[in-house]
Ligand binder design. Structure first.
Ligand code: GAR
Length: 204
């Protein structure tokens, strides 16, 4: 039986789209995306889920007083939907330790930098376009993306896949973000989902 995959989003959902396309094309074959959860209403990721005929839920961070309460609500929602694998795909809220424990070794995150080589571009202050701004400010010539297993320490879990991308003369944060998505994120995130299910005890 295929694993049930939940994809957690907060924005445009281009990584969600890459996952949906990868399931269609057979790159993801051991799992089935059955749920999309957004931390924000009105985001385009929800339209992508609807277009693909995938159930979606909105779990707004600001509706909860604390990250602990939010994490419990997220855990319960995923358990209710019989979720096996959790993919953080542009999900901009850090879930707590109890959530990480409930889905231990079964949560992955895509981060738009090379965390093995440049861990300084990870952590709770670095997300979305901020990562690319920091990369350009630092002057490094190579960046990329990382998919890692999620542990309580933000962006520090074991790395599943990484892919390098060149930083080019004249790059703006937006141009670099697009190149990192196209050349790295959208490729390695679906591959990592399949690896996680295949190479672990998660295969049913
Ligand atoms: C992606 O670049 C993703 O790596 C990043 O946000 C963007 C979401 O785009 N995630 C983080 O920075 C998390 N730390 P998307 O909504 O189009 O997939």
């Amino acid at each position: 039986m295929k694993n049930n995959i939940a994809v957690l989003v907060s924005g445009g959902g281009t990584n969600l789209q890459a996952l949906l396309d990868a399931e269609k094309s057979g790159i993801i074959k051991s799992g089935h995306i059955t749920l999309v959860v957004s931390s924000k209403p009105g985001v385009y990721a929800l339209t992508r889920a609807e277009n693909a005929g995938i159930k979606s839920e909105i779990l707004e961070r600001k509706a909860y007083d604390s990250i602990t309460e939010y994490s419990v609500a997220m855990r319960d929602l995923l358990l209710l939907n019989n979720i096996d694998i959790v993919v953080l795909a542009g999900f901009m809220t850090i879930l707590d330790e109890s959530f990480c424990e409930a889905f231990a070794e079964r949560i992955i995150n895509v981060h738009p930098a090379l965390l093995s080589k440049n861990p300084e571009f990870g952590g709770k202050s670095f997300y979305g376009i901020k990562v690319h701004e920091a990369v350009l400010q630092s002057g490094v010539k190579t960046t990329g993306a990382t998919v890692h297993i999620v542990t309580p320490e933000c962006d520090r879990g074991p790395i599943l896949l990484e892919k390098e991308v060149d930083v080019l003369e004249g790059d703006t944060p937006e141009i670099l973000q697009k190149r990192v998505m196209e050349q790295a994120e959208w490729i390695i995130l679906p591959q990592a989902v399949e690896i996680l299910i295949k190479d672990s005890k998660n295969e049913n």
